[in-house]
Write a protein that binds this ligand. Sequence first.
Ligand SMILES: Cc1ncc(C[n+]2csc(CCOP(=O)(O)OP(=O)(O)O)c2C)c(N)n1
Ligand SMILES: [Mg+2]
Length: 744
Amino acid sequence: MATTKTDPKLTVAGNGGKKSRTYEGLSRERLIEAYRVMYTSRRIDDREILLKRQQKIFFQMSGAGHEAIGVAAGMALKPAYDWFYPYYRDRGLCLTLGAKPLEMFLQAVGAADDPSSGGRQMPSHWGYRRLNIVTQSSPTGSQILQAVGCAEAGRYFYRHPGTAETPGPKAAAPNFVDYRQFKNVSFHGDEVTYVSLGDGTTSEGEFWEAMNASALNKLPVIFCVQDNGYAISVPVEVQTAGGSISRLVSGFPNFHFEEIDGTDPVASYAAFQRATQYCREGHGPGFVHAHVIRPYSHSLSDDERLYRPDSERERDAARDPVSRTQMFLLREGILDEKGINDLEKKVEEELQAAVDKALEALPPAPESVLQYVYSADVDPTSTAFETQPAVGPDSADGKKPAAKTMADLINVTLRDEMKRDERIVIFGEDVADCSREEYLKRKLVKGKGGVFKLTFGLQNEFGTDRVFNSPLAEAAIVGRATGMATRGLKPVVEIQFFDYIWPAMMQIRDEMSVIRWRSNNAFSCPVVIRAAIGGYLTGGAIYHSQCGESIFTHIPGLRVVFPSNALDAAGLLRTAIRCDDPVLFLEHKRLYRETFGRAAYPGPDYMIPFGKAKIVHPGTDLTVITYGAVVPRALQAAQKIEREHGVKVELIDLRCLNPFDWETIAASVGKTNRALVAYEDTLSWGYGAEIAARIADQLFDQLDAPVRRVAAADTFVAYQPILEDAILPQANDLFRAMKELSEY
Ligand SMILES: Cc1ncc(C[n+]2csc(CCOP(=O)(O)OP(=O)(O)O)c2C)c(N)n1
Ligand SMILES: [Mg+2]
């Protein structure tokens, strides 16, 4: 552990003779440039505040008081080489790296040409592809884990440089589609990832997960905590135990720590230089705790005079980085008064021209709202993803190829895809064969490969770089995967039980699914999340048996797949991996090793397009729409009602929930005039509600009976099997509903 502290009262002295003097390595010219950027940053805030008061923009968030640390970081790091996950106060950083004032005003007015988001995000939500400044969101702290994943990806590409290449179409498959064709990968062996956050944000759990993951893996990430002493109105001593984040994090191993006066550009630059060098040399992560001020309240919607007395605000004002740097330049004879005035005049002229231009910029077209919810390059519903199973020949003694379980075929699909695509990395809780590799190498153990053994053998075959255990932290699993995928890797991560996906919800709902849309297609992160879901386990209970898929199908930007049998699982998982959208791949635990739905190995290129249902049982009297573990139960009921009452049920297995196959549903209901939607999740507000509403809305004229639903009781899945049976939909419940509807 290395620690450097700078006394905030110290004035940094220069070295060398007057003209050649440098200040912690900053020449006089660079100091003038630092001041120019700091002044520009402050004046952009001032201009935006004015524009907001004139109702020409709709929101304002200032970087005032944070300029020095931002400019210092920007000068120590390299745009389009290092990677940046800034937060909203980082205007100074972005300007230093090369963002233009005009670009910032374009975002403020919500212009179509706003390079950060095309008018989709608030001002100060930076994202500049050409500079490696990754699209930013509003939740405090959700950028931190992605920065960790970004650093991991850089290291992975460096260790496996061949993976960065884009594969061309295969002669054998002219239809060839693969997400890699649309990823422009670049990396550098000594690159650093910068991530910043406020003092209040250090209270978020994701911050600690990110610190842990970075320390564990000695990643080249610099955490820059910009401590202005407040999180809106909450002061730091109420936020952080003991009032000092530096003290709390000091026990993390492998870090280089700095605590500095972040209103002093020279001290800040020196700290960043040391931290950057430490990271570039591969020793581990850096932590820069910068004490700054916040002179313009939290945002334009906040008035800090309501909770901060004048005395405190005046104390801060004395440390204003812009005036402090101006004084420093004058005192050191770097610029005289005229020099300062000339510089500031030029900045004002530039800003005036930028504002004038931004105010004339065109807004985005209303018809564009659905653009880039999903990839415009790779359409996973297309025929490019439709291939036939290549089942091997019968053996010499006439035996058919062995029927494999869903668990077997998921495992073999992962293996085939990992062989084909070296960008795939797999991580999650317990997914590795054995973290202590030497036990595997010495063949002391066989290996685990997941609590359901779906990833068994993969670490053994592909190595620990590609298949590894993560800490027990679901937000970290999805957040890191999102950062990796943004760089062009294909993480296929596992959430051990669907019931424990919730810590990752912020990453799934507010990050992974929205990154492409909010950046107007500048960034994307096609992660695959595999999650073991569902009940009928006898003994699973509340926290090992729940469903909840509709919560995820409700999220634009996320594909949701839910196969009911081995062959569909193989074909859909391959599509999930090769496509360019984030996918939640739901694997029903009860179906993993069922006799129902086993299939022969379909070969290494078998794919099923998303949004194509399968008719499991054709019929003419009643349409039953379902998926997952209800499929075998509905099939049982359909066979029984045909046997006993001659009712012919058309049973549709949706297989993919978002997108879903409306055409097959509509064609079937058009024929049967009766519809039953069945699902394992709780009845109310569930997935079937949407299907039932669409049928009622669009097929009303064709219905001879009300649309019915069969689903779980609106409660939780219980441990005692008698209760579980009563709660979850059973074949008998389906039979009863089929009979009622057919007689209606
Ligand atoms: C997860 C989340 N919770 C709450 C908010 C609302 N919010 C926005 S900024 C902020 C305070 C952040 O304080 P700090 O991290 O110290 O950064 P500062 O604004 O002081 O630079 C809050 C509570 C949010 N954006 N995200
Ligand atoms: Mg703060």
